[in-house]
Design a protein. Structure first.
Length: 163
């Protein structure tokens, strides 16, 4: 499958909301607990510094997405943050890697100097492996920093990379 990463468009919103809500429903990676309807998704994705999608070049089908935004303001405004979502039936096809690489490029293009992930859940082994493969540095462990869907708490491991 030929996959392209591009800026999202309004026509992508229904698929993007569905993919985002799938991650929220899983309850193991995103801090959000509320689902996005199309209006909320349009506002949310539109408010980001950059929102990218992974699409099947031939069919246009949306396979994943990312959001990029500042992690802080003022003296820490050069640090950005991002979130990634890949459709569950498309995982393991290196779509996440393409999204992260594009995000790093877009972050640099938008003037950010550091990309930081605040809450990488310890049990999210695929994400952790990918981030470390791409050169991100884990910053230590925050014990019980993430409440899983089942109510159990899991450690989080912030990561960063200098762009």
């Amino acid at each position: 499958m030929d996959i392209i990463i591009r800026r999202y468009s309004e026509k992508d919103i229904p698929s993007m909301a569905q993919i985002w809500n799938e991650i929220v429903e899983e309850g193991t990676a995103f801090p959000q607990e509320n689902y996005l309807n199309e209006a909320a998704a349009s506002e949310f994705f539109g408010s980001q510094t950059y929102t990218g999608v992974a699409a099947n070049k031939k069919s246009g089908e949306i396979l994943g997405l990312y959001i990029l935004h500042p992690n802080n303001i003022g003296r820490c405004g050069h640090i950005c943050n991002a979130s990634y979502a890949v459709r569950s039936d498309m995982r393991g096809m290196h779509i996440g890697e393409k999204l992260v690489k594009d995000c790093m490029m877009q972050a640099k293009k938008h003037g950010f100097g550091i990309l930081q992930f605040n809450a990488v859940v310890k049990t999210n082994y695929g994400a952790r492996h990918l981030y470390e493969k791409l050169g991100f540095t884990p910053l230590g462990i925050i014990p019980d920093g993430f409440r899983m869907k089942n109510g159990k708490y899991e450690d989080i491991i912030p990561h960063y990379i200098t762009l």
